[in-house]
Design a protein around this ligand. Structure first.
Ligand SMILES: C[S@@+](CC[C@H](N)C(=O)[O-])C[C@H]1O[C@@H](n2cnc3c(N)ncnc32)[C@H](O)[C@@H]1O
Length: 281
């Protein structure tokens, strides 16, 4: 057992089988520089991977799961699923003492807010303060000790870094695989896209990512990238293999506003022939 520790908007859980069919048949090390909830990473359970994210608080969760799982489990057990406790815990980042909280306390707060807050959303205001409302779930799972221990074991074999996606550049070698799951290019101006960091992910960043993909291709490594089916994505990745897949996603701000949304998988290789045959391709 080893499931994602967090719920994550844009998480890839329901696209795992489509992604699996489109992986190269063989590769060496696995890199995931926009790890978020890490649905694919936790599914693959490969050792010797390198994961990264821009979000410092999120990376702290993985560091603590890796190095201090027992302390984290004990701290998570202290939380209660009440509106009062939720808002008290959420308000800690408005307090000047917040920076003095230990890594374990911060990770425990992050997981608690993630499991009991509205839709597992991660959202902070301009001052970096969490502003997600209480989720009002009847029985959310705040602590799954066995899973944290299993994830800890996997993370002990994993390199974890915090920063920009290009951080991994110097470590990628020929034959390695990089899976990119960046914030998506909006399909239309009205679609609601979450800004994952206070800076967001601009068109310039999307272009910088395409240049990085060209670099990976040039050294004989593999890349697989997820993005929306916006026309701009097809233009940006013209020349690479583009596969359309369908995901069930929240399409507006109402929690029940879900629908089938086409997404794209872009890669610089042909997936293994056996998988394509199994897919009827
Ligand atoms: C779509 S989410 C990844 C979802 C993930 N694949 C999952 O299954 O849950 C995108 C992630 O990219 C991170 N991010 C945004 N800008 C970044 C950057 N410049 N470099 C690295 N990570 C970044 C966000 O913090 C967020 O966690």
């Amino acid at each position: 057992m080893c499931k994602p520790v967090l719920k994550w908007v844009g998480g890839k859980r329901q696209l795992i089988s489509d992604i699996q069919k489109n992986l190269p048949s063989n590769y060496n090390s696995y890199f995931e520089p926009f790890i978020g909830g890490g649905a694919l990473f936790f599914h693959l359970k490969k050792t010797g991977c390198h994961i990264n994210d821009f979000n410092e608080d999120l990376v702290n969760v993985y560091e603590v799961v890796k190095k201090q799982p027992h302390k984290l489990i004990a701290s998570l057990k202290e939380h209660k699923n009440t509106e009062e406790h939720y808002y008290e815990t959420r308000a800690l980042d408005r307090n000047s003492e917040f920076s003095k909280m230990s890594a374990v306390e911060k990770a425990s707060r992050f997981i608690f807010l993630n499991r009991t807050g509205f839709n597992g959303l991660y959202r902070v205001n301009r001052s970096g303060q969490n502003n997600v409302p209480f989720g009002k779930y009847e029985n959310p799972q705040i602590v799954n000790a066995d899973n944290i221990l299993a994830c800890s074991k996997l993370l002990k074999e994993t390199i974890i870094t915090n920063g920009d996606f290009e951080n991994i550049k110097g470590s990628i070698k020929k034959g390695d695989l990089v899976y990119f799951d960046p914030p998506y290019i909006p399909i239309s101006k009205t679609s609601s896209f979450t800004s994952y960091t206070s800076e967001g992910f601009s068109t310039n960043e999307q272009q910088r990512l395409r240049i990085f993909c060209d670099y990976i291709d040039s050294i004989g490594a593999y890349f697989l990238l997820s993005n929306s089916s916006a026309e701009e994505v097809k233009v940006l990745y013209d020349g690479y293999r583009i596969q359309k897949v369908t995901a069930n996603r929240a399409i507006n701000c109402k929690s029940n506003g879900r629908g089938k949304v086409g997404e794209l998988l872009i890669m610089n290789y042909e997936p293994s022939p056996a998988d394509l045959l199994a897919d009827g391709g």
